[in-house]
Design a protein around this ligand. Structure first.
Ligand code: UD1
Length: 437
């Protein structure tokens, strides 16, 4: 270069979320259907031949991944507005390829229903992810107790069971995924399956309601013991899933970061008790309305300690949002992660924004700051991505959240909904400056 100055130029743009400090939020936000429910309901459509219709489905890429998986089995799918129709043929090709299972772990929930319906299934063994290794031993052991012959080879789980038999299964931990896989497999098994120490999440109750509507006999979902009496066949149905409690938590956290008063229409307060209690300790007030939740937050919150636990405890999916909020609160908060001890990978991004967080094993010690400072950060997973957007609302200057594909996997219209509440959040074209000498 003539003057010895390096040449700065921009490379092709990337869609990022631009967040600026925001005035107090106000207005109404409508909460959509629960991602973690919808994905399992879609897996369950394989249990019967014919057309299932699911309404209130969020427009997120994880739903498209699940539909792609179902199409690979031979089902026909359509997704218009918020309605998904899945037409399942009489004969399925029960093969879930690695490309899809590795991009979305919930894909593994097809193992149980495929095995029950087809007598065999080949499903890619899910690899590690941002939460750590995430084993599937409980899924496998339970299906083996039900008479399945399971072999793991070349990165795939090969399961075979011409006849699945009801069995008594005690889970070592109330795993959501294992409970769902066993419950779905048991609907078409011979005899009764009893799941002890079952997960009690609202999404389990929703799946049980869907299965029962299809003609299954599932009793006790939402409690520690679930009983499933196998039936000889199921029929396709229509269903509307429960509201998304993690999406609700995102808007409550955004309110905590920006202050203000909002209503969350469609939210289900009975699913959110522990979260609302914790937020209450931080001075964010909530109350039940006819159609959801009302919430008000002062400009500054107080710190508190929290521990993630299976439902009805504080959900691990809320943890990054709560850490972001504690980074902006008065005092010191201790967050203990009991479900996925490695789920602090995103903390490095909050540190880039000036947060004061020390991670020690499964604990994060979060010292609140007066203000964070806007920075370019990367969404490391779905929930962490939303937490960075929340942090940006309480940061000086601009925050750019990159790798937004993670956010699009799990949240439908997050940016648009926040903007409608008055948050200064928008999609932006972000170009990486590169230096050419
Ligand atoms: C689901 C949710 C996820 C949520 C999590 C916990 C979906 C798509 N995902 O994930 O958003 O964070 O529940 O509420 O619904 N475990 C084993 N062996 C197993 C299965 C699980 O050791 O066979 C362990 C896991 O490593 C983890 C704990 O059990 O420590 C809980 O995992 P699990 O409840 O199964 O979570 P997911 O179903 O994967």
């Amino acid at each position: 270069m003539g003057n010895g100055e390096p040449l700065k130029h921009q490379v092709a743009g990337e869609r990022v979320i631009r967040v600026r400090p925001s005035r107090p939020l106000s207005g109404e936000v409508i909460i959509g259907g629960a991602k973690n429910s919808v994905l399992k309901l879609l897996a369950a459509t394989t249990l019967s031949e014919g057309s299932c219709v699911i309404r209130g489905v969020p427009r997120i890429s994880d739903v498209h991944t699940m539909l792609e998986l179902l199409e690979g089995f031979g089902s026909r799918t359509s997704f218009a507005n918020d309605v998904v129709e899945v037409v399942t043929p009489e004969t399925l090709t029960p093969h879930a390829p690695y490309e899809l299972v590795s991009s979305m772990r919930a894909s593994f929930s097809v193992l149980g229903p495929l095995l029950a319906r087809c007598g065999e299934a080949v499903v890619a063994f899910p690899g590690g992810d941002d939460f750590g290794t995430r084993p599937i031993d409980m899924h496998i052991e339970a299906l083996q107790r039900m008479g399945a012959d399971i072999e793991i080879s070349h990165g795939y789980v090969h399961a075979r069971a011409p006849v699945l038999k009801g069995a008594s299964v005690t889970l070592a931990w109330p795993s959501v995924g294992a409970t769902e896989n066993i419950m779905m497999a048991a609907t078409l098994a011979k005899g009764e399956t009893v799941i002890e120490n079952a997960a009690r999440e609202p999404e389990i109750v929703d799946l049980a309601a869907f299965l029962n509507r299809m003609g299954a006999h599932v009793l006790g979902a939402g409690g520690q013991t679930i009983r499933v009496e196998g039936v000889s066949g199921l029929v396709p149905v229509e269903h509307t899933p429960i509201p998304d409690r993690v999406e609700t938590a995102v808007f409550l956290a955004a309110l905590g970061a920006a202050g203000g008063e909002i209503t969350l229409s469609g939210a289900q307060p009975s699913h959110l008790r522990m979260l609302c209690d914790k937020l209450g300790e931080m001075d964010l007030r909530t109350s039940t309305t006819r159609n959801g939740l009302w919430a008000m937050s002062p400009n500054r919150l107080r710190s508190t300690d929290m521990v993630t636990l299976p439902y009805p405890g504080v959900a691990t999916d809320y943890q990054p949002l709560l850490v972001a909020l504690l980074s902006l609160a008065d005092g010191v908060g201790l967050v203990t992660e009991n479900v996925f001890p490695n789920r602090f990978g995103y903390v490095g991004e909050l540190l880039r924004m000036g947060a004061d967080i020390r991670v020690e094993g499964r604990c994060a010690i979060v010292r609140g700051r007066e203000r964070l400072s806007g920075a370019t950060v990367r969404a490391t997973d779905i929930r962490a991505g939303a937490a960075l957007v929340v942090a940006g609302l309480g940061a000086e200057g601009e925050t750019h959240v990159r790798d937004t594909r993670h956010i699009l996997r799990g949240f439908d219209g997050l940016v648009e909904k926040l903007a409608a509440l008055g948050a200064d959040v928008a999609w932006a074209e972000w170009s990486q400056p590169t230096v050419v000498s």
